[in-house]
Design a protein around this ligand. Structure first.
Ligand SMILES: Nc1ncnc2c1ncn2[C@@H]1O[C@H](COP(=O)(O)OP(=O)(O)OP(=O)(O)O)[C@@H](O)[C@H]1O
Ligand SMILES: O=P(O)(O)O[C@H]1[C@H](OP(=O)(O)O)[C@@H](OP(=O)(O)O)[C@@H](O)[C@@H](O)[C@@H]1OP(=O)(O)O
Ligand SMILES: [Mg+2]
Ligand SMILES: [Mg+2]
Length: 321
């Protein structure tokens, strides 16, 4: 195992698209200058034939591959999995991904944080359950239950009333739409590093649309559609949430989820003082969009090695890292 000034070998098992967007030459070079060697893992070959690794980065590798990774970790307990597959799994379901929000403890006076009311729809019979549907205040967003990064997992509908329900394909969640001024905040977490940015979101919905619009409105990854120079004025002038509030939410989620690499989407409820809703949490998001992502990511990896080394010295069982 690498320690102190030795090279840290970090394998990355990522889809081609993610390699292209994230493993940029600037990252590889910066990491190398700090003694971190980023090496691509061939996911079609046994892990045992590759490496040895000090750490392995991975995202949505599929069941079989993840099983191989878990077995590899059993045989080589010193390897740091960034992150543990069981913790990542929680983010692949739109109900379990938000459970950690309920356990957040935010200091008084900073703001409050929850999730929008939502109904789990396992099958189409639920649409006939008037008491369950009646609990929801429309508009609602229909989100596929699975959040595994596939195009279908991002395919959503905004429903203004119950009329379009029969067009949906469960399993999914119906989540109340919260007016939030058309701006969403994305908070990137990489270990102890936290960065909050503004993004364009769905515009507010008005009362007359709820009664007059019949068709569900399909949309996908709206916050990825506009960024940087083309970001509209409304987004650019939005006030960022209090930094201490965001830090408490981010640190609480990092601990609650047991993850180092994620971002979460948070919106400010226009109708409820200083109240925020976390609406989405994504594993290993697009860090390359962040300023200085090369040094942030490299430092995060070096921190992990450091923590691991001090835990080993103190006799903490290696499996717990
Ligand atoms: N409850 C809500 N109230 C208001 N707007 C919402 C709500 N849920 C989602 N949205 C809007 O819909 C967009 C997509 O929703 P969500 O973030 O859950 O989807 P996603 O496909 O997982 O997104 P990502 O690309 O971030 O993974 C959000 O960025 C936001 O603009
Ligand atoms: O590549 P991008 O920069 O668009 O990153 C997006 C990332 O795609 P990638 O993992 O294929 O790269 C998405 O992952 P999947 O849910 O689809 O798995 C999701 O995490 C988005 O939230 C990220 O956008 P961001 O939230 O950072 O704006
Ligand atoms: Mg989102
Ligand atoms: Mg998402």
């Amino acid at each position: 195992m690498a320690s102190g000034g030795e090279t840290m070998v970090v394998g990355y098992a990522l889809a081609d698209k993610k390699v292209k967007s994230f493993i940029q030459p600037s990252l590889v070079e910066h990491a190398k200058s700090k003694g971190v060697n980023l090496v691509r893992v061939d996911m079609t070959k046994p892990l045992e034939e590759q490496g040895p690794f000090d750490a392995i980065l991975h995202k949505h590798g599929g069941e079989e591959w993840t099983q191989q990774l878990v077995e590899y970790k059993d045989r080589h307990p010193h390897v740091i999995l960034v992150d543990p597959p069981a913790a990542i799994d929680k983010l692949q379901n739109r109900v379990s991904m938000l459970e950690a929000v309920h356990h957040l403890r935010i200091s008084e006076g900073l703001g409050t944080c929850g999730i929008p009311k939502q109904l789990i729809v396992d099958n189409a019979e639920t649409f006939n359950d008037e008491s369950a549907i009646g609990e929801l205040t429309f508009p609602v967003i229909a989100k596929p239950m699975v959040a595994d990064g596939s195009a279908t997992s991002h395919a959503m509908f905004l429903l203004f009333n119950t009329k379009g329900l029969h067009k949906l394909s469960p399993p999914m969640v119906l989540q109340e739409f919260v007016n939030h001024g058309g701006v969403i905040f994305k908070v990137y977490v990489a270990g102890k590093y936290i960065k909050c940015v503004r993004r364009k979101s769905l515009p507010d919905v008005h009362e007359d649309q709820v009664t007059s619009t019949e068709e569900p409105l399909p949309f996908s990854q709206i916050s990825n559609m506009v960024s940087g120079a083309t970001m509209d004025e409304n987004v650019a002038k939005a006030e960022l949430p209090n930094a201490d509030f965001i830090a408490e939410v981010a640190n609480g989620l990092r601990e609650g989820l047991g993850l180092h690499l994620f971002n979460f989407d948070v919106i400010k409820d226009s109708g409820a003082g200083n109240h925020y809703h976390v609406i989405d949490i994504n594993y290993f998001p697009g860090y390359a969009k962040m300023p200085d992502f090369e040094s942030v990511f490299t430092d995060m990896l070096l921190d992990l090695r450091h923590e691991k080394a001090s835990d080993s010295k103190q006799g903490v069982p290696v499996e717990e890292v």
